[in-house]
Design a protein. Structure first.
Length: 256
């Protein structure tokens, strides 16, 4: 898929816009994740954004098996994310459904897991499809967003649906936006169960680009897409609608 086609039809994050001047332009595109509202009157420069506080990521205490079953012993040392925010359609409000995430690493890979509670597991949606072929309006999925350069402008997107379909992309606030034409090597597994669904993933450090053997800080944010009567998007960080950047709002992690 060409970069231009990816930007036109295969993005995963919906637009968010301010409630005032940009409200008429707000759209829930079938797949867009990271598109931003272009209204200059409602946007602030990157220089005015306050970066979130940093969480320390701890190494895994034992090998993590990627099978879609979140085993407590495997994730006991992982950093746990229990606070999530609904950013669409709500504006950084408490979500109606519970989500818990974990992040850890070893000498070769970064790992993340997400437990997505669902009041009606039969409604969990996910097609069996080819790589990158997912839709924000029809598919349940979760993922991690990584700013490995820690520049607040560019990053990686790694997403997996409830049926195990992967989506990966790069995004650049200062450039062409989201592009899913690159494909990365990483492992995932997902399982639907009686109270919702769970996913686990391993991302080798060799699949990423970053500065130095021991990076001081990365940007990181977990994400859940929940399509029901409409599309609901939830993140582990707040996403203000009055800024013209996306990556700048991702959380920060240290300890890698």
């Amino acid at each position: 898929m060409s970069s231009s086609r990816a930007c036109a039809s295969s993005r995963i994050f919906a637009e968010w816009a301010s409630a005032s001047a940009c409200s008429m332009r707000k759209r829930e595109r079938s797949a867009s994740i990271s598109a931003r509202c272009a209204c200059a009157a409602d946007s602030r420069s990157l220089a005015t954004v306050s970066f979130p506080r940093a969480d320390s990521i701890e190494p895994a205490g034992s090998p993590v098996q990627i099978d879609g079953v979140i085993n407590e012993s495997e994730w006991a040392h992982a950093t746990r994310y229990e606070t999530w925010y609904e950013t669409n359609p709500g504006h950084n409000i408490t979500p109606a459904v519970k989500t818990v995430g974990w992040v850890t690493y070893d000498s070769r890979s970064l790992y993340f897991a997400v437990e997505s509670t669902d009041p009606n597991p039969k409604a969990i949606s996910g097609r069996y499809a080819d790589h990158d072929q997912i839709s924000g309006n029809t598919d349940d999925y979760v993922g991690v967003l990584l700013d490995t350069r820690n520049d607040g402008k560019s990053g990686y997107l790694f997403l997996v649906t409830a049926r195990g379909v992967q989506y990966d992309a790069v995004t650049d606030d200062a450039g062409s936006g989201e592009d899913n034409s690159p494909d990365f090597f990483w492992d995932t597994a997902a399982k639907v169960h009686a109270t919702g669904w769970s996913a686990e993933a391993r991302i080798p450090f060799s699949s990423l680009r970053y500065d130095g053997a021991s990076p001081e800080q990365w940007g990181l944010m977990l994400y859940r897409n929940y399509p029901r009567d409409r599309r609901y998007q939830m993140f582990t960080n707040k996403l203000p609608r009055d800024v013209n950047c996306f990556v700048c709002n991702w959380g920060k992690v240290t300890g890698l």
